[in-house]
Each structure stands twice: as structure tokens, then as C-alpha cells.
Design a protein around this ligand. Structure first.
Ligand SMILES: [Zn+2]
Length: 320
């Protein structure tokens, strides 16, 4: 009995040790990064934040070298102000931040706009060109929408007439042959109308997505132009959030910057500088020309006064 108890005690100690060991091994990267994150929290801006390049969807048509070039520019945006190393590129191995290019509807829209001869440049001519496109797409959407609505109403009325008749026959205890044949034909007619309406509604939703993407872009340009040009509202059900070109995310043991739109190197540098700013713990600032403004609408690559003050407050630099 004593031996068994002794064995039990050993297993009780050893098993947790084995588990901790296994976890440490499995999560060794995360634990390493957790340590680096801790340093960043207790002594911000003292140890450069390491970053690596993760997956880049080939549909962006951007090379690793181009991404790295943009990242180096973004890095120096803050380093020039700070007068010290804040970020460090790691070609291989662990890094705190992984930069990825994730292809979704946003880049698809950017390309669609390029296809129709528009770039995301914020000049008034592009704005009006985009506005004309928007009007065309929107009126096409609206006419399809109202046709589908009318047909849906007609369908609903016809379907309930059919149901009433079926109920009526059921109440009588049965249906005669000619009525049964007619009802059968009516049911299959209703089914094909329904299938058609559903298919067209799905297409309509795609059209709504296009119109809404144009609305996002128009409003984005309107703010960038900072003038009295019109802003627009979305149609149908919303496609979701406002255009976000990139996103910085921080979790314990891993941080990432995901880029969703690439429309030329200058804009990308600014996007990455913005996300690097978040990695330094800088929040959005109110100055609409700032790198850290919530929208990427300026063209300056140099931080504004508001950016510099925000950096100073997170890094606790002595004011020069
Ligand atoms: Zn932001």
C-alpha cells in the first residue's frame, strides 16, 4: 500500500510537470513573444518590436520585396521622430508581429474600380467619375429591386390563393381529377417562380454590395477632398463595416497586421505606418491629416504634430 501511495504521489507530481513541459514546448513561440510583449508593456519603445512577413495572397500582385520596402518606410516614419529603433524586421524565425495580405471583397472592389478606370486617388475628377458610375449602378439596382418587389408581392398573392384552394378541397374531403391536375400545374408554376425570384434576389444582393462599395469609396474620397461634395447612403442590407484597408490585432503571444487593400506603394506605406502606430499602443487622433487619424485620407508620409504628441505620450520621451 505504501509503495502504491508513493507511486501515486510521484504520478501526481510528474504528470503536471510533463503537461507543463509539453505546453511550453508546443507554445514556445507564443511564450517567447509573450515575454517580448511584457517588455513592451513595462518599458515601451525600449526594445524594437520585431516583425515578419507572413502569407501574401498572390492576387494582390505584390512581391515580398515590395511589401518589405513599404514596411521599412512605415518603420522609419516613427523611428525618425523617436530618434531610435522601434521596429526590427526578422527574415526568419519568431517575431512579435506577423504581416499578412488577406484577399477579400475589399481588394476585389479596388480592382473593379481600377478596371473601370478609377483609382483611389483623391482628386475631384476621380470623385466625379466615381459618382457617375455610382449613379449608373444605383439606378440599375433600384429598378431591379422594385421589379423584384412587385413580382414578389404578386407571387405571395398567387401562392396564398393556391393554398386557400387546397384547404378548401381538403375541407370537402377530396379533390376531383381536373382540379387536381390544375392545382398540380399551379404548384409547379409557383415553385419555378419562387426559384427564379430567389436567384434574382441573390444577384440583387451582389449588386447592392457593388453599390455599397462605391458608396464607401465615394464617402472616403469626399472626406479626403475635404470639400462640399455630396456623401451617400448605402442601399439594401448593409455589407458591413466601413472600408478598412488593414487591421492590427494584439493577442497574448501573437500580434498581426492584416492588409486588405493595396492600391499603390504610397498608400500602403501610410496604412502600414498607421498599423505600426497601433502596435506602439498609439490610439487614433483627431487631426484628419494625421497618420493616426481613423481614416487613411491624407497623403503626407510624415507624422503630423498630433502623431508626434501621441508617440511621445506612449513612449514617454522627454519633449525636445
Ligand atoms: Zn486605426
Amino acid at each position: 500500500m505504501t509503495t502504491l501511495n508513493h507511486m501515486q504521489r510521484i504520478t501526481q507530481t510528474i504528470i503536471p510537470i510533463i503537461i507543463i513541459g509539453a505546453l511550453t514546448y508546443t507554445f514556445r513561440t507564443e511564450i517567447h513573444i509573450l515575454g517580448l510583449q511584457l517588455v513592451q508593456t513595462v518599458a515601451p519603445c525600449t526594445v524594437p518590436i520585431s516583425y515578419r512577413i507572413g502569407s501574401i495572397d498572390s492576387r494582390f500582385g505584390i512581391s515580398n520585396a515590395q511589401v518589405l520596402d513599404a514596411l521599412r518606410h512605415a518603420e522609419s516614419t516613427w523611428e525618425k521622430v523617436a530618434g531610435r529603433d522601434l521596429f526590427r524586421y526578422v527574415p526568419e524565425g519568431d517575431a512579435v508581429i506577423t504581416v499578412r495580405f488577406v484577399y477579400d471583397k475589399r481588394q476585389a472592389t479596388t480592382e473593379r474600380l481600377k478596371d473601370i478606370g478609377l483609382s483611389l486617388d483623391s482628386d475631384l475628377a476621380s470623385y466625379h467619375a466615381l459618382e457617375a458610375k455610382y449613379r449608373t449602378y444605383k439606378s440599375a439596382y433600384e429598378s431591379k429591386h422594385s421589379t423584384i418587389e412587385q413580382e414578389s408581392a404578386a407571387f405571395t398573392a398567387r401562392a396564398s390563393a393556391y393554398e386557400r384552394e387546397v384547404k378548401m378541397w381538403n375541407a370537402r374531403g377530396g379533390v376531383n381529377a381536373s382540379a387536381a391536375e390544375r392545382l398540380d400545374r399551379e404548384r409547379s408554376a409557383l415553385e419555378s417562380i419562387q426559384a427564379d425570384l430567389e436567384a434574382r434576389s441573390r444577384t440583387l444582393q451582389k449588386d447592392a454590395d457593388t453599390v455599397n462599395a462605391l458608396v464607401d469609396e465615394l464617402n472616403h474620397m469626399a472626406r479626403a477632398l475635404n470639400s462640399n461634395v455630396a456623401t451617400y447612403n448605402k442601399v439594401g442590407t448593409s455589407v458591413g463595416d466601413e472600408f478598412e484597408e488593414a487591421l492590427y490585432e494584439k493577442r497574448a503571444g501573437q500580434e498581426s497586421i492584416e492588409v486588405y487593400e493595396f492600391d499603390g506603394p504610397e498608400r500602403l506605406r501610410r496604412v502600414l505606418a498607421h498599423e505600426f502606430g497601433h502596435a506602439l499602443d498609439i490610439e487614433h487622433v483627431d487631426d484628419n491629416r494625421a497618420i493616426m487619424y481613423r481614416l487613411n485620407q491624407g497623403t503626407n508620409q510624415v507624422p503630423t504634430r498630433a502623431d508626434i504628441e501621441a508617440l511621445q505620450s506612449v513612449c514617454h520621451f522627454a519633449k525636445k
